[in-house]
Design a binder for this molecule. Structure first.
Ligand SMILES: *Cc1c(COP(=O)(O)O)cnc(C)c1O
Length: 390
């Protein structure tokens, strides 16, 4: 070959491998129960599926929908924020529909972060955040959550802020740990944000998967935060339709305008018929949202109790699809070694936390297990673990 031009820009090389790709390949090769990837194995509501089918049949959304999202969906998103949180939005200017929250994350970072700007986030972080910051030529600064409890260390956050810090990337309910930040924690974080005049991306895609005794507090509802926060939501997570790739960003019109400018040049539009269906889904009655969270909570209970029974140290999951264990009681040096061995040894796949850190020592002993699966699948995984791990 005479071509010597390297194909991948240097700033993206560290993002070449994905743990989800590696572990899903292992899952297929070994016929493992896959508790690695975070998607439910039961679809969202039938009425929402029917709405998508109707939209296709009626010719609604089969051609390019409006660039920043179907008006009906933007109205439904604004109404959802008002109904659940008392947040008042102008649907014409304060809402932007995206190809999943993933696109909204990257578009928002590209819109708000310039070359050399620093972005602070708690570790472990979601892998799209790190890649998105690199795409924007930004610099990431991680602040480890307290090992074991995974509570945010606000003094450490304050210490990580420099004159170059432009934005804080927050995620609660938190993937991968399963913690839900309390109002007190978020208020202390908001003080740091105000002190340093930061922008905020608040990734709240698990807003409806919060368990008894815990509360989802949207960051934008804290005093002074609405004007500086872009909030992200996802129909994938909230309506259990991860393949539909409908997400959104909401916030003050000047920030959302910036996101729109960038995002329109990414996917332009997507998911026309799905946007109609998601508009219907967001208006489902309170009972639906209660039973959705309760169902996920029963799955959390099943998997958590099983893992405790096997001798794992489990950090209680307060929300999301995930529960975290410490591999300490096993013979393994760390979570990565454990997870690489587990498919062939036990026929189960889980995700090591350390790959979501710049400094892997902080996440070394921890493993993320997804419980958003049918009870029989969780039982099968636990049976396999019990047979393989004496
Ligand atoms: C799943 C997930 C997303 C992405 O949502 P999509 O709508 O599927 O793109 C974003 N943030 C977190 C923390 C997630 O777990």
């Amino acid at each position: 070959m005479t071509r010597r031009v390297p194909p991948l820009v240097p700033r993206m090389r560290e993002h070449a491998a994905s743990i989800f790709g590696e572990m899903s390949t292992l899952a297929v090769e070994t016929g493992s129960v896959n508790l690695g990837q975070g998607f439910p194995d039961t679809d969202g509501p039938q009425s929402v599926k029917d709405a998508a089918i109707r939209a296709i049949q009626d010719g609604r959304g089969n051609q390019y929908p409006p660039v920043h999202g179907l008006p009906e969906l933007r109205r439904a998103i604004a109404e959802h924020q008002r109904r659940f949180y008392g947040i008042e939005l102008d649907w014409t200017a304060d809402v932007c529909v995206a190809t999943g929250a993933s696109e909204a994350i990257v578009a928002t970072l590209l819109a708000l972060v310039d070359t050399g700007d620093e972005v602070v986030m708690f570790a472990p972080w979601f892998d799209v955040y790190a890649a998105g910051i690199s795409l924007a030529n930004g610099v990431r600064r991680e602040v480890p959550l307290t090992p074991g409890t995974f509570r945010p260390d606000v003094d450490a956050l304050r210490a990580a802020i420099t004159p170059r810090t432009r934005l804080l990337l927050l995620n609660s309910p938190h993937n991968p740990t399963g913690v839900v930040f309390t109002r007190e924690e978020l208020t202390a974080i908001a003080d740091v944000v105000a002190e340093h005049d930061l922008l905020v991306i608040s990734d709240e895609v698990y807003e409806h998967i919060v368990f008894t005794g815990h509360e989802h507090v949207p960051f934008a509802t804290l005093p002074g935060m609405a004007e500086r926060t872009v909030t992200l939501g996802s129909a994938g997570k909230s309506l259990s339709m991860t393949g539909w790739k409908v997400g959104w960003a909401t916030g003050p019109s000047d920030l959302i305008h910036a996101v729109r400018v960038v995002r329109q040049h990414m996917s332009f539009v997507s998911g026309g018929p799905f946007q109609w269906a998601v508009a219907d889904g967001l208006a489902l009655p309170d009972e639906h949202w209660r039973s959705f969270a309760a169902d996920m909570q029963s799955k959390r209970d099943l998997l958590s109790a099983g893992l405790i029974g096997l001798g794992f140290a489990v950090t209680p999951s307060e929300g999301t699809y995930y529960v975290t264990t410490d591999v300490g009681p096993t013979a393994y040096a760390d979570g990565l070694a454990f997870c690489r061995d587990l498919p062939s040894r036990a026929g189960v796949v889980a995700i090591p936390q350390q790959v979501f850190h710049d400094d892997p020592t902080n996440g070394a002993p921890y493993v993320r297990w997804a419980f958003c699966k049918r009870p029989e699948v969780l039982h099968e995984a636990l049976d396999r673990l019990a047979r393989a791990l004496p």
